[in-house]
Write a protein that binds this ligand. Structure first.
Ligand code: ADP
Length: 274
């Protein structure tokens, strides 16, 4: 835990949240960071869960909000099967690995698809941001659904977002959507902390590095839009294995090279805010 948490000046808060004062912070939370990808399947939820755990390793109190209403991943990736308790007014987050978690997946059957219209999604997001008893959090990490839809709008219009991180693979087809995502956050006035190149390459047993999805595309996109390139995270089958087992790699194997990338990144993010 950081010991002293200095009050943010108005100027600093504005710089981090981008704009308007009508936006409210999520109660019980100092900073809200969105993890976004324009396309599905690029490792956004894997990144969100591991970053949350890496921030915890850096001494922060962390919450994880699964805002992917149609495809919640947090219950599986954190191995959570319990339902959140309620005091009749507010939901209690489910605590796992010292992280306060909330997901629509805690409230529904895993095998039942969510067939909801936009207004219902908006209402679920409002419940998760206003009716959950988040407690004393330094950061809340929001796992956004892919794309640029209702959830992104609901968040960026009503909630003080202090930063966004965009995750992508280096593939051209993913990068096209990343460009749309960057423009959306810029337009909505949410500060983009930077871009992540996930599944950047694979190193085989022969020691050779294979650029499976191409090379350098995320970095080039970051440069093109004048955004920071935060990190590249290679492909490691253990990442998927531990995710499927409900204990992400940063928690399962903190000394792994990939876990170290996450811990260093979390340190950098913490230093932006504290
Ligand atoms: P998204 O949230 O973008 O849809 P996921 O986080 O569900 O993507 O990841 C998609 C798949 O890729 C999962 O099976 C996950 O385990 C795997 N994956 C993500 N990052 C890596 C990585 N660095 N190395 C190996 N597998 C990865």
């Amino acid at each position: 835990m950081p010991k002293e948490k200095p009050e943010l000046s108005d100027a600093m808060r504005k710089k981090l949240s981008g704009s308007s004062r009508e936006k409210k912070p999520i109660s019980g939370t100092k900073f809200t960071i969105a993890i976004s990808s324009a396309k599905g399947g690029v490792g956004k939820s894997t990144f969100a869960t591991n970053l949350a755990l890496a921030l915890k390793q850096n001494g922060c109190k962390v919450g994880l909000l699964d805002a992917d209403i149609y495809g919640p991943s947090i219950p599986k990736m954190f191995g959570i099967n319990e339902k959140p308790k309620s005091d009749g007014q507010k939901l209690e987050p489910v605590i796992k690995y010292d992280i306060q978690c909330m997901s629509i997946g805690f409230l529904t059957d895993e095998k039942t698809p969510m067939i909801w219209r936009g207004p219902m999604v908006t209402s679920a997001i409002k419940t998760f941001t206003q009716q959950v008893n988040w407690k004393d959090l330094d950061f809340i990490i929001v796992d956004m659904p892919p794309g640029t839809g209702d959830t992104q709008l609901t968040f960026s219009q009503g909630i003080e977002m202090n930063g966004a991180i965009i995750v992508s693979t280096p593939q051209e087809v993913a990068l096209l959507d990343v460009k749309r995502g960057i423009k959306m956050f810029d337009k909505l006035g949410v500060k983009i902390l930077g871009l992540i190149d996930n599944m950047s390459s694979f190193t085989g047993d022969d020691g050779k590095k294979y650029a499976i999805f191409g090379e350098g595309g995320v970095k080039r996109t970051a440069e093109e839009f004048n955004k920071e390139f935060l990190a590249e995270i290679p492909i490691d089958p253990n990442v998927g294995k531990f995710g499927d087992l409900g204990k992400p790699i940063v928690e399962s194997d903190p000394n792994n090279k990939i876990s170290q990338i996450y811990v260093n990144l979390a340190k950098k993010i913490k230093s932006i805010y504290f």
